[in-house]
Write a protein that binds this ligand. Structure first.
Ligand SMILES: Cc1cc2nc3c(=O)[nH]c(=O)nc-3n(C[C@H](O)[C@H](O)[C@H](O)COP(=O)(O)O)c2cc1C
Length: 197
């Protein structure tokens, strides 16, 4: 069984919902299983303030989750056009894996939720790719053969799945956005199986 790590950070819940959809896409592929993990908030204090195990939702990721999985789907809300600090902080702790080359050749995909349509949806996806490419991962996006990329009037990009939550984050995930999340997970899992073979 090839496990795909669906690693996300979410404050308001939109990216968490997207992570579940990406995981559904992963598990639509025979021989692939999703491992869903999150990362804790970061604190301005120097001492750790989060418990080791979150009160609810997915467990916190450990470095071994990245090592053990055949591919990674990385999700974060947009924060000033970029990924949220907790995800960046977690990735900054992966230098040991980089030194060992643990992620070289594994496929990766990215997804995000953004407040406004032109507020950094695509820049977040692209900048999330950079540390993954430093790790030697192979990026998987969404091809225009997926009709939702052309029909969407909200999120959904060739660089990865996305959602536009609106100014108060009350817009539900649209049908096009939902399908593209699932298709991204499916494509990532199919690619992981091919590369593993
Ligand atoms: C500190 C901060 C910075 C943000 N920066 C942006 C931004 O640059 N562009 C944007 O459109 N939305 C921005 N947002 C809105 C979030 O991207 C949006 O609410 C997202 O859907 C939250 O996802 P979540 O529900 O998974 O936490 C920001 C929100 C916060 C709290």
């Amino acid at each position: 069984m090839n496990e795909i790590l669906v690693l996300y950070y979410s404050q308001g819940g939109a990216v968490r919902e997207m992570a579940k959809l990406v995981a559904r896409g992963v598990e639509s592929v025979q021989g692939a299983q999703a491992r869903i993990r999150t990362v804790p908030k970061v604190s301005a204090n120097c001492e750790a303030t989060e418990p080791d195990i979150p009160a609810s939702g997915a467990p916190y990721a450990e470095l071994k989750d990245l090592e053990e999985c055949s591919g990674i789907a990385l999700g974060s809300p947009t924060r000033f056009g970029n990924m949220a600090a907790p995800m960046k902080y977690f990735l900054d702790g992966t230098a040991g894996l980089w030194l060992k080359g643990s992620l070289i050749g594994k496929p990766a995909a990215v997804f995000t939720s953004t407040g406004s349509m032109h507020g950094g949806n695509e820049t977040t996806l692209i900048t999330m790719m950079l540390p993954l490419m430093h790790h030697g991962m192979v990026m998987v996006g969404l091809p225009y053969s997926e009709p939702e990329l052309s029909s969407t009037s909200s999120g959904g990009t060739p660089y990865g799945a996305s959602h536009i939550g609106g100014a108060t984050d009350d817009r539900p995930i649209t049908e096009d956005e939902r399908r593209l999340c699932i298709k991204l997970g499916k494509r990532l899992a199919e690619t992981a199986l091919k590369l593993a073979a």
